[in-house]
Design a protein around this ligand. Structure first.
Ligand code: IPE
Ligand code: IPE
Ligand code: MG
Length: 246
């Protein structure tokens, strides 16, 4: 089995993003309720965060709850929010021990007030950490993010703060939830689904995509290493020819 030591530390992705999918099916396979899968997914989050921090990955972004996930049964949404609160509470120590700074993207105001409060507290209590930035995508939808950015920019044009000629990619970037993050280098999705599900559409323009056929609660160190090994064996050309890169 692959271990972290095998990786070339000089060619690590700077920003790894993960669509943590398959909790429900993991539980169903065991004859349990979907929420049992979510509970077991928390352990995979902890291990992955610790492994990325060990590797000194600079940015890790986890898709935890999408704007579309609000359409799930009320009881599942409520339990997911409770799980978020209890995990944040439990993980504060581990985050500080590993010098990890927490942040969040998405429509945070739409979360239950308890979750908002807990989130704000952990963000503030880890804000001085200088290691990895761990970003949770919560009530996050990429189209909504882009819509908000367009509205903000339009308003600035209307108020003569910016002129349309000056709207470039950098300006758009500064209006996204992710303004403090670099583009994604490696995007991983578990559970065998091959889709993006409204995650970081703008930010993954040149990301390397890696789809793996394990359900999120089963995602372990060797799966993470396999994904990064695959990344390290690819040639990122950004539109150029292979010869130009050498
Ligand atoms: C991912 O697992 C977790 C969330 C979306 C919150 P799912 O709950 O989507 O699990 P499956 O895809 O139904 O198996
Ligand atoms: C994407 O998974 C959202 C998260 C992992 C939080 P979903 O399970 O909600 O995506 P779809 O509905 O299968 O595309
Ligand atoms: Mg799913």
């Amino acid at each position: 089995m692959h271990t972290l030591e095998e990786l070339n530390k000089n060619r690590l992705p700077k920003h790894v993003a993960i669509i943590m999918d398959g909790n429900g099916r993991w539980a169903k396979e065991r004859g349990k309720l979907r929420i049992f899968g979510h509970q077991n997914g928390v352990e995979a989050v902890r291990k992955t965060v610790e492994n990325c921090a060990k590797l000194q990955i600079q940015f890790l972004t986890l898709y935890a709850f999408s704007t579309e996930n609000w359409n799930r049964p009320k009881i599942e949404v409520e339990t997911l929010m409770k799980l978020l609160v209890s995990s944040l509470r439990k993980e504060l120590k581990t985050l500080n021990k590993n010098n990890i700074k927490l942040s969040a993207i998405g429509n945070i105001d739409s979360l239950p007030s308890k979750a908002q409060k807990e989130l704000a507290e952990v963000i503030s209590k880890t804000s001085k950490n200088t290691g990895m930035t761990l970003t949770l995508a919560l009530s996050y939808g990429s189209r909504e993010e882009i819509k908000i950015a367009v509205k903000e920019i339009a308003l600035k044009v209307k108020n003569n703060i910016i002129s349309p000629e000056n709207i470039d990619e950098a300006v758009i970037n500064t209006h996204l939830y992710t303004h403090f993050l670099p583009d994604v280098d490696l995007l991983i999705r578990t559970s065998g689904e091959h889709r993006i599900s409204n995650f970081l559409l703008w930010q993954i323009a040149y990301a390397e995509l890696y789809f793996i056929d394990v359900f999120w609660p089963d995602f372990r160190e060797h799966h993470l290493v396999e994904a990064i090994l695959s990344y390290q064996n690819r040639e990122r050309r950004f539109g150029k020819t292979s010869e130009q890169l050498n």
